[in-house]
Design a protein around this ligand. Structure first.
Ligand code: NDP
Length: 246
């Protein structure tokens, strides 16, 4: 199964892969793992210190030198993404992989208490920003021999759940965007798939489940086989799948 993929040190050799939310949690682990597998990673996130720490760890481990893109997806506009895309083409020629991982949980609350501003922020970061960024990166992805886009969903993106409000709705939208793109680009150099990480030991999970013992959860490292598989040439031809990392 893809979630049991055997990661090799050269699984992603020579590839350039952009990871959003690369400073923490699952995105941080994915960035480090992709670099370990030979990829040059572009670390995108909103907290520069965290991105610099990941950069240092990758370089110290002997990985290819990463690039850092400090960007808050809440406020970023089309021109930010276009500028970033142009820089990527200039520096790397093309983009082989895009991991749309960053997202906002917000506050879990009863439906009647959902705050309109919080709703908008979550839709902006989890849906609209990901649409704008992905659209801007299309020329860079089309220049790659094979390109892989991976979106990040959740269990509540497949079955709605009480109190999960805008986060759950945003993850349904993520699944929808991925399906639209996967169908539209079927048969081209581009494949588009979705990962549901499942319950994972991160800050986001502990915000949603403060009373839970984190030691009972899988770690981001446990999920990496599926992440590497979908970025590796072994998944060429795999398209329009929504897969569980656990
Ligand atoms: P974390 O909250 O630990 O990490 C999220 C990362 O995204 C952080 O680095 C954060 O930056 C970044 N980010 C958040 N908002 C923005 C923004 N506006 N602009 C740029 N970067 C931003 O989350 P996880 O690692 O747990 O989650 C990763 C993905 O997996 C998410 O899409 C989440 O929905 C999904 N997921 C996670 C599950 C879990 O159990 N952990 C379960 C199901 C799905 P900063 O560090 O600066 O805050």
């Amino acid at each position: 199964a893809p979630k049991d993929y055997a990661i090799k040190p050269d699984s992603l050799a020579g590839k350039t892969i952009l990871v959003t939310g690369a400073g923490d949690g699952i995105g941080r682990e994915a960035a480090k793992t992709f670099a370990h597998c030979g990829a040059t990673v572009i670390l995108l996130g909103r907290t520069v210190k965290k991105l610099e720490a990941v950069y240092d760890e990758i370089v110290a481990a002997g990985g290819p030198e990463p690039a850092i893109v400090p960007l808050d997806m809440k406020g970023a506009t089309k021109s930010h993404y276009q500028g970033m895309a142009a820089t990527i083409v200039e520096q790397f020629g093309h983009l082989d992989g895009l991991l749309q991982n960053a997202s906002l949980l917000g506050v879990l609350s009863p439906f009647e208490h959902i705050d309109h501003d919080s709703w908008n922020d979550i839709m902006q970061v989890n849906v609209t920003a990901q649409f704008m960024m992905t659209q801007a990166l299309m020329p860079a992805l089309k220049k790659a021999p094979h390109a892989s886009i991976v979106f990040t969903s959740s269990g509540v993106g497949r079955q709605g759940k009480a109190f999960w409000g805008p986060y759950a709705v945003s993850k349904f939208a993520t699944e929808g965007l991925a399906q639209v793109m996967a169908d539209e680009y079927d048969g081209t150099n581009l494949r588009v798939n979705v990962i549901n990480p499942g319950a994972t030991r991160t800050t986001m999970r502990s915000k949603a489940y403060p009373a839970e013992d984190p030691n009972k959860l899988k770690t981001p490292a446990d999920l990496m086989p599926l992440y590497v598989y979908l970025m590796a040439d072994d998944s060429i031809g795999v398209n329009n799948q929504s897969l569980n990392a656990q």
